[in-house]
Design a protein. Sequence first.
Length: 362
Amino acid sequence: MQSQNTTIHYDQTVDIIRTILPRMSEYRIPITPRNYAVWFEYFAKTNQALIKEMEALLTRDTPITEHEIGDLYTRYLNQRGEQISAAKSALSQMIATLLNEITQADGNYGDLSSTLSLISDELTCEGSAEDIGALIDRALNTTAIALNQGAKLKEQLGALRNEIVDLRDEIERSQEQARIDPLTGLQNRLAFQEELGRLSQTTSTDAHPLCLMMMDIDFFKKVNDTHGHVAGDLVLQNVAKAIAQNLKGKDVVARYGGEEFVVMLCDTPRSGCNTVAESIRAGIESCQIRLPDDNNTKHLLSVTMSLGGSWYREGESFERFVDRADRALYTSKKRGRNQVTWEGRESDGMLGQETTFPHSDS
C-alpha cells in the first residue's frame, strides 16, 4: 500500500516530532527506528489503513504494546521497503532546510555544505539508535561552526540547532523512561537485560563472579484476590524498597515482571551473597504494610519472598545464567517458600550441591 502523500514539510515534521515523543513515553514504547517509523507514519496521516489500526489500539482499555507496533511495521512499512524512523526523517528535513539557506546566502560555505550532505547521505543507511545519535551530534557540531562563520545565517541556523537539541533531549529522556518500571521506580526487564550484558563483559577481572538472584513474592495472587490490586501495588512498592535497602555500589535491582524481582551482585564473595539474600528475605518477612480500607482504618499485611541464586560462568549464555537462578528459585518454592536456594555445582566448594537456606524460627 502506497502512502497518499509523501511530501512533508519541515514545520510539519517538527510538529510531528513534538507530538510523537511524549506519546511514546506515555505508552512506555522504547525509542527505536522501527517504533519511530510507525508513530511518524501515524501522525503524518499518510497511510489510512495504518491510522485505522493505530486508533483502534490507542482507544481500547489496554495500552498498546511494542509487539503490536512491531507488527504494524512489518505489515505496513517493512513490506514497502521504507526502512525509516521519525528521528531520521526529522533530521533529514532539518538538514535539507539548512542546505537551502546556505545555498541562498552570500559567502563561501563549501565545507559546511559538504559535511551536511555527507550526514544526509548517511541517514539513508540502516542504523541503530546509537548511529542516529552520532549523526545528531555531528549535525550539532556543524551548525555550531556555521553560527561562527556568518551572521546572516545566525537566526535560521540557531532555530534549526535548537530543534535538533530538543529532538536529542527528548530521545534521551524517552529512552531513560522506557527503562524504568513506573510502579516501583526500579529498572525494568529491558534495563536488566542491558545491565546483564554490560556486567558480564566488565566483571571478568573481578575477584568474585557475578551473582544473580531471582526472587518472587509468595502467594502474591492471593493478595490481589483478597485485598485488591491497589493493595497489590502497595506490596510491590514496599518489597522493592526493602530489596533496594540491602544493596550498594554497583549492585543492580530490577522488577523482572509481575511479582518477580532480580538482583545482580558485583564482585561479592559467595558467603556475602548469601548474607545479602538472607537480609532481603528477612527484611521482607518483617515488613508490615499498611493497607487502608473503606472505613478509614488501617490493616497491616505481611508477605514473604522466595529466592534462588546462581553465579556467572565465563562464556555461558545469558539465558543459561538466568535459567539456573530461576530453577533454584523454583526449588525454594517447592520446598516450602520463604527461603533461599543456591544452584548446585560440584566445583562450588562451600555450596557443592544445590543448597537451601530456610529461615530460622525465632
